[in-house]
Design a protein around this ligand. Structure first.
Ligand SMILES: Cc1ncc(COP(=O)(O)O)c(C=O)c1O
Length: 467
């Protein structure tokens, strides 16, 4: 574990998977509240429920970042979600820019998605046998995503990524994987690898329990730095099965790739006989109809998907070139299976969500609103005298308290995390629900209105002056 500004911090994976900080909730809470003169927010019921949860669930949650450890204060316990809004158990309403960490791109609890789910529930919730909806969603994915000729549905992004890694190894007969510091690909052993400083270091496990041998086969390079990639390939010629990356990073905060970087990865992997996998669990169907690969015009060999593709139900997927996908059992010898994979409820939610995203103007509308939001947040920061750096593509955005530029994790790690904590709390107390970490991107949806964006910018102008 590394220490940044005196706080325990893990390189190479986001807070979803980081061990809890040792700062107690009550101490963190006091420091954040003292720094921000915010209107009172009654969260008594949330606090009661979360206090009980801490006795029942490790850290009170089922996924670490939800615990608000890096921003201080207790998390908000939700009662219901609808459109762009979340309502907590104390009756507070928030404009939500997390969207269940990505899936809610058409808005929470969309009427048409709910209707499709109700109709399917009447017919049963799990078959464990083929159903036609698997074909329908597969055809939709294949028609939209340039690299995908065949697809396998699984139940989470983690499962998609660990399966695609096995597939890359099976297809190439090579063992090693190259990933980028700050990119998250789920919590399988091979991906929980510390990036270390500099480039091209051999991996050491990020978390206790990760087998040294799995971590050792994971090499790391620096995002947006092709020289670091070439160095790793030179030192491991003929041994690297594949390269995996977030084509737009959301797990070090929002970081855009350069076109040259993505093109360079495509060229180098071809020259070296390695496979290129875009992990589009976050960017898939969020950046464009055909995911980030369509937006940037770079076609990888393989793609992992999740979040949006399940329309709010647990789904992941991996797909790619037919000759590679035909290695997957039972078509081929690479074993991978799942009791609930292709589950009919998850399939209908995904189908309906992709149908809604096909409507004219869906991405144009989200792009326009997200740009206005991001410009408004950055302007509010600058007007209040802060150094801020950020950007957006389509319905994904983010900024750092950092003078910029931020092109990789190592630069992102220098952001002012204490200030981010005060910003987060100030916005929360004004009814704006942002990701509780400076290392997470923000998400908008088709449901966010111009009025929601205006309210958010107005709140930002107040908070920026106070922090
Ligand atoms: C890019 C990326 N890959 C993989 C995952 C893992 O997905 P899941 O949380 O569904 O296991 C995530 C989760 O945030 C992600 O952002």
């Amino acid at each position: 574990m590394q220490c940044l500004n005196g706080k325990p911090f893990l390189l190479g994976c986001p807070l979803h998977s980081r061990p809890a900080s040792r700062v107690s909730h009550s101490r963190a809470r006091i420091s954040v509240r003292a720094a921000v003169a915010a209107p009172p927010l009654n969260t008594r019921t949330s606090e009661k429920i979360f206090t009980e949860a801490q006795d029942l669930l490790p850290g009170g949650v089922n996924s670490p970042v939800r615990a608000f450890k890096s921003v201080g204060g207790q998390p908000i316990v939700f009662d219901r979600v609808e459109g762009p809004y979340a309502y907590d158990v104390d009756g507070n309403k928030y404009i939500d820019y997390i969207g269940s960490w990505g899936p809610a791109i058409v808005g929470h609890a969309h009427e048409e998605v709910k209707a499709a789910l109700h109709a399917q529930i009447e017919k049963g919730t799990s078959f464990g046998a083929p159903c036609e909806m698997e074909n329908t969603l597969a055809k939709m994915v294949i028609a939209r995503v340039p690299s995908v000729e065949m697809v396998r549905f699984v139940n989470s992004g983690t499962e998609a990524c660990l399966s695609v890694l096995r597939l890359m190894r099976a297809y190439t007969g090579r063992e090693k994987l190259l990933k980028f510091s700050g990119c998250y690909h789920g919590h399988a052993d091979s991906f929980l690898v510390q990036a270390g400083s500099g480039v091209a270091t051999l991996g050491l496990p990020d978390s206790p329990g990760v087998q040294k041998s799995s971590a050792a086969a994971t090499l790391t390079a620096q995002y947006n730095n092709l020289d670091s990639v070439r160095e790793v390939f030179e030192a491991n010629r003929g041994e690297i099965a594949g390269v995996i990356l977030e084509p737009v990073v959301g797990n070090s905060g929002y970081i855009a790739p350069t076109q040259e970087f993505l093109q360079g990865l495509r060229d180098i992997t071809r020259e070296e006989g390695a496979l290129l996998c875009f992990d589009e669990v976050m960017t898939g169907f969020r950046i464009a109809h055909g995911c980030a690969q369509q937006y940037f015009g770079i076609t990888p060999d393989l793609t992992t998907m999740g979040k949006v593709i399940g329309g709010g139900l647990p789904v992941g997927a991996y797909g790619g070139r037919r000759d590679i996908m035909e290695m997957v059992a039972p078509a081929g010898p690479m074993y991978q299976a799942g009791t609930l994979s292709g589950n009919p409820l998850a399939m209908v939610a995904g189908i309906k969500t992709l149908e809604i995203l096909d409507r004219p103007g869906a991405y144009e509308g989200m792009t326009e609103k997200t740009k206005r939001l991001t410009d408004g947040l950055l302007q509010a920061g600058r007007d209040a005298g802060h150094e801020v750096y950020g950007g957006c593509i389509s319905a994904m955005f983010g900024f750092f308290f950092h003078p910029g530029p931020v092109t990789n994790f190592e630069e992102a790690a220098m952001n002012d995390k204490a200030k981010f904590g005060r910003w987060h709390r100030g916005m929360l107390e004004r009814g704006i629900y942002l990701a509780p970490s400076s290392f997470e991107a923000g998400f908008t949806s088709m449901a966010h209105s111009d009025e929601d964006i205006d309210k958010t910018i107005a709140a930002a102008r107040e908070v920026m002056k106070e922090i």
